[in-house]
Design a binder for this molecule. Structure first.
Ligand SMILES: NC(=O)c1ccc[n+]([C@@H]2O[C@H](COP(=O)([O-])OP(=O)(O)OC[C@H]3O[C@@H](n4cnc5c(N)ncnc54)[C@H](O)[C@@H]3O)[C@@H](O)[C@H]2O)c1
Ligand SMILES: CC(C)[C@H](C(=O)O)[C@@H](O)C(=O)O
Ligand SMILES: [Mg+2]
Length: 353
């Protein structure tokens, strides 16, 4: 019996459909003959909301939950569109998925491939992974505003950090660090100012570190971490951090390692109760959408993370090698989104035969 993978595909908005098509193409090219890929498209996104008024209902969550994994392109429209104000898509769709499916690990690997130029003069060996918490922090929606629109307005956005949530993330961080050659974990936070949340994170790292004697532990404040990431990124191996710091630092990580078009991510539910979701770090890029200008590499590398998650490590490694070879072969000539996907898929199909 061939193994069947049921993949839900939320192509989304802007460049989402363009890059997702290439990721699916690559998945089809790399999967061994005894693995069948069944993709089911879901229309969610800003465009779907504007057409139908629907964002993501309970029935939709039930339908998605019946899949082995979710591949997402990007969602979100023009930030100036008043109909999309208040993060209606980001909160009502993307974060709702991450929260409903308990994607408490947001894994964002950063690697400077040998042939890729970094804006840093001396990047050194850039190879680290950010283990970002995905279901807590200031993202939970615990906030509000009083006297809205007046000069006396007061707005709150409370960061929620639970012992349960921090510990499970920190444990995943130590497992990740322990599995990597450098075995180094850096907690990134702001313990000098956010003393309550920071204290919980620091105490949790201290407590769990006792179980991982081979992992060296370091700490950096988020502001200093941005300096180190630019001046000496090779000092990082595994970064453990909260939801918001992780969001910001992974855009910086992308920028130093070849750009946002190469940055992949995985929203993981490690115990497998719910499907994990794989998506590029980037957004829907309305400024370049619909013109085949987007680099699909981030989506393709996200598909490699999906393969890892489904225990298809060989296929994942082959996608990464094909991407590495493709990056090395890139000259000055601009290729379209589908030309990049075609080239990577073709090299995988050739290797298969
Ligand atoms: N996971 C997601 O769905 C996700 C993530 C981030 C932002 N968003 C949403 O996307 C919309 C646009 O957000 P933004 O402009 O802040 O960020 P963005 O990542 O969409 O774009 C930032 C810049 O990077 C460029 N870029 C992004 N992806 C690229 C690619 N694959 N190849 C080449 N260039 C690329 C864009 O052209 C733009 O100049 C917003 O609605 C935002 O909320 C969604
Ligand atoms: C669109 C937004 C909600 C999202 C986040 O902040 O997590 C994005 O920036 C990301 O990095 O995936
Ligand atoms: Mg982000």
């Amino acid at each position: 019996m061939p193994r069947r993978i049921k993949l839900a595909v939320i192509a989304g908005d802007g460049i989402g459909p363009e890059v997702t098509a290439e990721a699916v193409k690559v998945l089809k090219a790399v999967l061994p003959g005894d693995v069948e890929l069944e993709t089911t498209p879901f229309p969610f996104g800003a465009g779907h909301f504007l057409e139908t008024g629907e964002i993501l209902g309970d029935d939709d969550l039930t339908a998605l939950a019946g899949h082995d994994a979710i591949l997402l392109g990007a969602v979100g429209g023009d930030p100036r569109d008043p109909r999309l104000a208040g993060g209606i898509i980001e909160r009502g769709l993307l974060l709702k998925l991450r929260f409903a499916f308990d994607h408490y690990v947001n894994l964002r690997p950063t690697q400077l491939f040998p042939s890729v130029a970094s804006p840093l003069a001396n990047p050194g060996d850039v190879d680290f992974v950010v283990v970002r918490e995905g279901t807590e922090g200031p993202y939970v929606g615990n906030g509000g505003s009083i006297r809205r629109g007046t000069v006396n307005e007061v707005a709150n956005e409370v960061s929620v950090n639970t012992a349960f949530g921090v510990e499970r993330l920190v444990r995943f961080g130590f497992e990740t660090a322990n599995s990597r050659p450098a075995k180094k974990l850096t907690l990134v936070h702001k313990t000098n100012v956010l003393v309550h949340a920071g204290g919980l994170w620091q105490r949790t790292v201290d407590a769990v570190s006792g179980e991982y004697p081979d992992v060296a532990v370091d700490y950096q404040h988020i502001d200093a971490a941005t300096i180190h990431m630019v001046v000496n990124p090779s000092r990082f191996d595994t970064i453990v951090t909260d939801n918001l710091f992780g969001d910001i630092i992974t855009d910086l990580a992308a920028a130093i390692s070849g750009g946002i078009g190469l940055a992949a991510s995985a929203n993981i539910n490690p115990d497998g109760t719910f499907p994990s979701m794989f998506e590029p770090v980037h957004g829907s890029a309305p400024d370049i959408a619909g013109r085949q200008l987007a680099d699909p590499t981030a989506a393709i590398l996200s598909a490699a993370l999906l393969l890892d998650h489904l225990q298809l490590a060989d296929a994942a490694a082959r996608v990464r090698s094909a991407v590495e070879a493709d990056l090395a072969s890139r000259g000055d000539a601009k290729r379209s989104t589908s030309e990049v996907g075609d080239a990577i898929a073709a090299s995988l199909s050739r290797a298969q035969n």
